[in-house]
Design a protein around this ligand. Structure first.
Ligand code: NAP
Ligand code: ZN
Ligand code: ZN
Length: 352
């Protein structure tokens, strides 16, 4: 395989699980057929970035460049590009390619395609090595995996919609969160705070579960009708058997069974959190009341565009704290302490 033409960009990268991220230069392919180049203005910081940088899931390819909540401006388009032009404001989420022909791709579920290429965490089909994410000055992506950003939204606050937004929107839609439904959201972090906003916007009765009592007032401001401190057994017991649906957005070990007990007959608990270690599930909370336990991965391209358009119409963005690129390692430590309100976003102009 001859190496395609490339160009260099500045980025933040780590060479090993225990090494902090640091400035580096990486290679991107020159835009080929139907590719466009995006100058990255902002990139959200997902807890998956931390799991991946530290190889907590066991498949990290180093050097690793995380970042999959990317927004920016199109600076170059291949002649074959039809959907975008230079100067457009666009988004790139967790996916940069897929086979496009399998039943999942044809149904708009590219995230479940066997050959999907993640923005980071996959093998780069063009350059080899691991795909390199959005902690960088620019990225080259085929136009089918690029999203249009609503022009009325603050761009930095919209960046985390590309992962935190779609990952909560998709299962809430799939399981019918809406009027007459009691919906729980577990964990008020980047994902959880968007889960609360969407569940409320869809018309459900929303209950937020948190281990951080200090977040209760924020949870109500973000849209929760009730807040339950999950470490308080009496507060948990008071909710037993009452939920249609619970969305679990927790990044670390916790007791899933305590939440299964809160579901009604036929209620569903969907896990989007991806902790490093398995979560033991007890049989009885599931088999009593025919409850179900499932998972969900981000969302496909059509649903991601639908979610962005919904946010544009309803003026929904994320609550963010802007950081410089050189504050990323400190941001990871704060994220581990659940000390982020409620998503860090990197101002990529700080990567000089
Ligand atoms: P985050 O901002 O760090 O939020 C995680 C929240 O979980 C914390 O704010 C905290 O909420 C709660 N939490 C943390 N440690 C806990 C513990 N030991 N016990 C109970 N609760 C705890 O993370 P995020 O970016 O939202 O991501 C959450 C998880 O989703 C990560 O594992 C990430 O990899 C995964 N993820 C999955 C997908 C997907 O497609 N399925 C997509 C994106 C991210 P409180 O302070 O309110 O308790
Ligand atoms: Zn993510
Ligand atoms: Zn496919």
């Amino acid at each position: 395989m001859t190496k395609p033409a490339c160009f260099s960009v500045k980025a933040y990268s780590t060479p090993a699980a225990a090494t902090p991220l640091r400035a580096a230069t990486i290679e991107r392919r020159q835009p080929g057929p139907r590719d466009l180049r995006v100058q990255i203005q902002y990139c959200g910081v997902c807890h998956s970035d931390l799991h991946y940088a530290r190889n907590e899931w066991g498949f990290t390819q180093y050097p690793a460049v995380p970042g999959h909540e990317i927004v920016g401006r199109v600076t170059e388009v291949d002649a074959g590009v039809t959907k975008f032009k230079v100067g457009d404001t666009v988004g790139v989420g967790c996916l940069v390619n897929s086979c496009r022909t399998c039943p999942e791709c044809r149904a708009g579920y590219e995230q479940y395609c066997n050959q999907m290429v993640m923005t980071y965490g996959s093998t780069d089909p063009v350059l080899g090595g691991g795909t390199l994410g959005g902690y960088a000055q620019s990225i080259v992506v085929t136009e089918e995996f690029v999203l249009r950003m609503p022009s009325n939204l603050d761009l930095a606050a919209a960046a985390p919609l590309l992962c935190a937004g779609i990952t909560t929107y998709s299962p809430l839609r799939h399981w019918g969160a809406g009027p007459g439904k009691k919906v729980g959201v577990v964990g008020l972090g980047g994902l959880g705070h968007m889960g609360v906003k969407f569940a409320r916007a869809f018309g459900a009765h929303v209950v937020l579960f948190t281990t951080s009592p200090g977040k209760a007032a924020d949870a109500r401001r973000l849209g929760a009708h009730e807040v339950v401190v999950s470490t308080d057994a009496a507060q948990m017991q008071a909710q037993a058997g009452s939920f249609d649906f619970i969305l679990d957005c927790v990044s670390a070990q916790h007791d899933i069974n305590a939440y299964l007990e809160l579901l009604k007959r036929d209620g569903n608990l969907t896990l989007v959190g991806a902790p490093q270690h398995p979560l033991p599930v007890a049989p009885f909370p599931l088999i009593f009341r025919r409850r179900s336990f499932s998972g969900s991965l981000i969302g496909g391209l059509p649903e991601t565009q639908e979610m962005l358009d919904f946010c544009g119409t309803h003026n929904i963005t994320c609550d963010i704290e802007m950081i410089r690129m050189d504050q990323i390692n400190e941001a990871y430590e704060r994220m581990l302490k659940s000390d982020v309100k409620y998503r860090f976003v990197i101002d990529m102009a700080s990567l000089k």
